[in-house]
Write a protein that binds this ligand. Structure first.
Ligand code: SF4
Ligand code: SF4
Ligand code: SF4
Ligand code: FES
Length: 953
């Protein structure tokens, strides 16, 4: 087992990701061989296609050709000189020589110059064996340097070690500018420049700052692009060059980036983005690329623990004891309180196979439908809204589709922080000329970032999404911008007419809603016209759409816009939810909701139940089970007593923390299966240590419906993969499971779930990934949905009446709080806070507009009390005009902030998704953390004590 090979063709494919199906082909001769390639291909790439490798240094196939190093020279019959093969496109009949004596001499001369200004420490250099400069010296046959090493040079310059993950050693730099171009072309941050000219030219981060103080977002693209040891991962310097690698999938966000996990023995050396990864195309963000150290963090719990009361210290026990204790407790509870007194929560962080097993355990082992998922608190309205309008509870496009988009509308999402690799791909398209509309209360980075400026920013008041999106529809309908041919052919015409009459009402005009939404009417009209007439228009949205009392309504309003303008069923268009967690799509697909079996089929449906009853050998409950909030209500009422929570921290992530903890305190057996003692574990009786994504096999399904393989790169440090733990528990409960590998679980999923019918691990190994539906109708999977018709038949227009949330501002709570994520941290921070990512975000801050801050006597950095009707918390203020007056904003990555203490229990009318994005609050100066925060910390510390160890925090 060695390193997964990846070929560098030197320059990108001329047709980008679209392949060359309709490209004009060109035939030429290279070193006597006839080669036929797509028009626009470089000579360097054509040579690679014919098996000839031309030496290169400044070229790499992830970046546009630059032509600076002069190492790739070739001779072309009939042309003077020696052009660079990386910047010279092929031409019909061209005759190219790549290996003449003259070329060899010239290349050797170029390499001599480089090497004469390079520290000759190859044997002790961390890049030894993985250095293109070293390789090229060998390739051109350089044996001596005629100029000697004594002349003017760049040796001895200070190393920049400020970034926690990589170093910059300018003495090894050959100024090929690959890093600068990677930061511009791939990442789109423009943090690096080449300063000065000639011999004095050098790479500089920002205005000659160190990397940490610059605009750098630590995506790693420059490190990846660097052909020398100048930019180098610290982990490689510390551990040594990797020896073997395994392709797997990032376990952070719903982009689902593919990585090569590069190993030395069983130690992970680095995660390198995989060029063949269809979601990320070789790019990464700081989380997936670098923030994997939590897997070996000292606070990770590796032994099972139990305790009789949640006020007792934990007691480490064997796996046998923990499993049999849990099973006996669940049996006791069910005997005493009834079959419906227990339930389970699946995790959007775990694999499809693990999620499938948890819902199977609940339905077949517990004998009820009390299973729910954390997707409840984020994208359940997407499932409901898109399911209603189109018939499929998922986004319509693949990420590649953005390359054909002319107009992008981003609603309630912050891709550069929340979905960074997609954010970079989007920025690239915007730099190429696509237009951008941002609908967001906050001036997110995309509104104005290097070489990108939104055509329109609609800074709506939190909670008014439905009014704004319906007003966009009003403009489209009343100004005659509907794509009638599409609507007549693809949608229910009667429903469309009802909808058109509804949105055309004057009360839905931009002018009528301007006051209460805060969006200027002219700006909204211009944005609507651009969306409807600007060419291929795509909508990307996030939790700023779903986490509202009208979350499902907004999703349907968005679905209406795309149908009315015909922006569905082809590349470059569509409706695309940006999913938060790595497997939130998969956890929904796998039947994690109490009313749905895998594949979104209602438990009422006799035929569907029959499929699973046959497969599982049990009779299934016909009535939907309890949702998470209902489980907690029932616990407070004394009828729900046992909960199995896999990979989820409901105390931190669910709304109304006090209600959650009250519910948990009322239960008799709470089982938490996780990597760390999270906040929910404070209320647990059993802790089952979970495994990381590096320690197990399985699949994640990303926001594009792409099923990606997760591959085990090291044995589980806790002893078992999460699916094995669920299986042990099921067997102990008396419901037998005997899978020997997750591939067998996928075979069961495929056998029972139509959209997964043709999915197998063999297929995934062969193809890399596949987007569901993948069955006999779509054996290759489905990159774009609804090409010839909607999954439900005719597209359904739904009337979207705006109903203001019950959460209102007033004299006591005059400001509106909305929440979001920051790039370096992830959700409740359990993983990222245990990595060096915390260097970028040590605490959650409250963003407040200068006017609001001044009115309250708050200065930047002051402690402030944030109060709502539900509760209060304290954090420090960040004064910024990114938020409008009247709006405040915070992240929720740190447990001490507990933003959900102040969120209310209002929720989406259709799905119960909590209204996290709108809370009426007051902000006032404070002296520091409030009493409950101090108490909370003490309580957490106490309950984390473990008998017989010193592992307490
Ligand atoms: S740091 Fe690396 S990629 Fe950047 S110019 Fe120097 S050698 Fe080239
Ligand atoms: S790590 Fe990324 S953002 Fe930072 S300088 Fe390199 S390419 Fe630019
Ligand atoms: S964009 Fe998302 S999936 Fe990709 S590396 Fe970053 S966190 Fe991981
Ligand atoms: S590789 Fe072509 S000029 Fe550098």
């Amino acid at each position: 087992m060695g390193l997964v090979p990846e070929i560098d063709y030197g320059t990108p494919h001329p047709r980008g990701l679209k392949g060359d199906t309709d490209a004009k082909m060109v035939t030429l001769t290279i070193d006597g061989e006839t080669v036929t390639v797509a028009e626009g291909t470089s000579i360097m790439r054509a040579a690679m296609d014919s098996g000839v490798t031309i030496p290169k240094l400044c070229a790499t196939d992830t970046l546009d050709a630059f032509g600076s190093c002069r190492l790739c020279l070739v001779e072309i019959q009939g042309r003077a000189g020696t052009p660079a093969s990386c910047t010279t496109p092929v031409a019909p009949g061209m005759v190219v020589s790549t290996q003449t004596e003259r070329l060899k001499r010239l290349r050797k001369g170029v390499m001599e110059l480089y090497i004469s200004d390079h520290p000759l420490d190859c044997l002790t250099c961390a890049a030894n064996g993985d250095c293109e400069l070293q390789d090229m010296a060998g390739a051109v046959g350089l044996r001596e340097v005629r100029y000697g090493m004594e002349g003017a040079n760049h040796l001895g310059q200070a190393k920049d070690t400020s970034n926690p993950y990589f170093t910059f050693d300018p003495s090894k730099c050959i100024v090929c500018s690959r890093c600068v171009r990677a930061c511009q072309e791939v990442q789109g941050t423009f943090a690096l420049t080449i300063q000065d000219r000639g011999f004095a030219s050098k790479v500089s981060a920002g205005m000659d700052e160190d990397f940490m103080d610059s605009e750098c977002v630590s995506c790693g693209a420059c490190v990846q692009a660097c052909p020398t040891a100048t930019l180098m991962e610290k982990s490689v310097i510390e551990i040594g060059q990797p020896e073997h690698s395994v392709v797997t999938t990032c376990a952070y966000c719903g982009v689902g980036c593919s990585f090569k996990a590069e190993m030395r023995g069983t130690e992970l050396v680095r995660m390198v983005p995989y060029k063949d990864g269809a979601a990320n195309r070789g790019h990464s963000c700081v989380k997936g690329r670098f923030a994997w150290g939590y897997a070996t963090h000292r606070e990770r719990i590796l032994k099972p623990m139990i305790r009789s009361k949640i006020t007792d210290p934990w007691r480490e026990v064997s796996w046998e004891e923990a499993i049999s204790y849990t099973a006996s407790e669940f049996k006791r509870i069910q005997e005493k309180y009834g079959r419906a007194s227990v339930g389970g929560i699946t995790s959007s962080r775990c694999t499809n196979e693990e999620t499938y097993l948890v819902q199977k355990l609940v339905r077949a082992g517990f004998g009820n439908n009390n299973v729910d998922t954390c997707a409840r608190v984020c994208h359940s309205p997407t499932g409901y809204g898109l399911g209603t309008a189109y018939g499929t509870s998922a986004g319509t496009q693949d990420f590649d589709s953005v390359e054909d988009t002319d107009v992008v509308m981003v609603i309630g999402a912050n891709p550069t922080d929340g979905h960074p690799v997609f954010g970079s791909r989007l920025k690239k398209r915007l730099r190429q000329g696509a237009k951008l509309i941002v609908v967001d209360p906050r001036r997110i980075d995309l509104v104005k970032t290097p070489h990108v400026k939104a055509a329109h920013h609609l800074p709506l008041r939190p909670g008014t999404n439905v009014a704004v999106v319906t007003a966009i529809a009003h403009v489209i309908v009343t100004e005659g911008l509907v794509n009638e041919a599409f609507v007549r052919e693809r949608c229910d015409w009667d429903e469309f007419q009802d909808w058109a009459a509804f949105v055309a009402e004057e009360r839905h005009s931009p002018e009528a809603i301007a006051d209460y939404t805060g969006v200027p009417a002219a700006e909204l009209r211009a944005a609507a016209r651009l969306y409807a007439t600007g060419g291929n228009a795509a909508i990307y949205y996030g939790l700023g759409v779903t986490e509202h009392s009208q979350g499902s309504t907004t999703v349907m309003a968005i679905a209406n816009l795309a149908m009315a303008t015909g922006n569905l069923g082809r590349r470059g268009v569509g409706v695309n939810p940006l999913r938060g967690q790595n497997n939130v799509q998969g956890s929904c697909d796998m039947g994690s909701f109490p009313h749905e079996l895998p594949g979104y089929r209602h438990v009422h449906d006799d035929a569907t139940r029959a499929i699973f009853e046959d497969m599982w050998g049990v009779t299934l409950e016909r009535e939907p089970g309890l949702r998470i909030p209902n489980m907690l209500d029932a616990a407070v009422d004394g009828t729900f007593k046992g909960l199995y929570v896999q990979g989820e921290d409901i105390v931190q992530s669910d709304p109304d923390t006090h209600h959650v903890t009250h519910g948990l305190e009322s239960m008799e057996c709470v089982v938490v299966q996780d990597l760390f003692l999270n906040e929910t574990a404070n209320y647990a009786h059993v802790f089952l240590p979970g495994s990381t994504f590096l320690e197990k096999d399985g699949t994640f399904t990303n926001a594009e419906r792409r099923i990606n393989r997760v591959r085990r790169v090291m044995p589980p440090r806790n002893g078992y993969a999460d699916w094995e733990i669920t299986q042990l528990l099921s067997n102990a409960l008396g419901y037998p499971m005997s899978y020997s590998h997750p591939a067998e679980i996928m075979a069961e999923i495929a056998a029972t779930t139509p959209g997964f019918r043709n999915v197998t691990y063999e297929m995934l190994d062969e193809r890399g990934s596949v987007q569901w539906p993948c069955n006999d109708d779509a054996p290759e999977g489905t990159p774009i949905m609804h090409i010839n018709g909607f999954a439900r038949g005719k597209g359904k227009f739904v009337l979207t009446e705006y109903i203001p949330t019950d959460e209102r501002t007033g004299a006591r709570f005059p400001l509106l709080l909305t929440t979001g994520r920051i790039l370096s941290q992830y959700n409740v921070g359990a993983q990222t806070r245990r990595t060096a990512n915390s260097e970028w975000h040590k605490e959650d801050r409250l963003e407040i507009h200068p006017h609001d801050a001044e009115n309250r006597g708050v200065r930047d950095g002051d402690w402030v009390k944030l109060q709502s009707r539900a509760g209060e918390t304290t954090l420090r203020a960040l004064i910024t005009d990114r938020v409008s007056p009247g709006v405040v904003y915070t992240t929720f990555h740190h447990p001490m902030t507990q933003a959900n203490v102040i969120t209310t229990d209002y929720s989406d009318w259709a799905t119960n998704c909590p209204e996290y994005k709108v809370t009426a609050v007051q902000v006032s100066p404070s002296n520091g953390p409030s009493d409950w925060q101090e108490k909370y910390k003490t309580h957490s510390d106490l309950s984390r004590r473990i008998v017989g160890t010193d592992a307490a925090e």
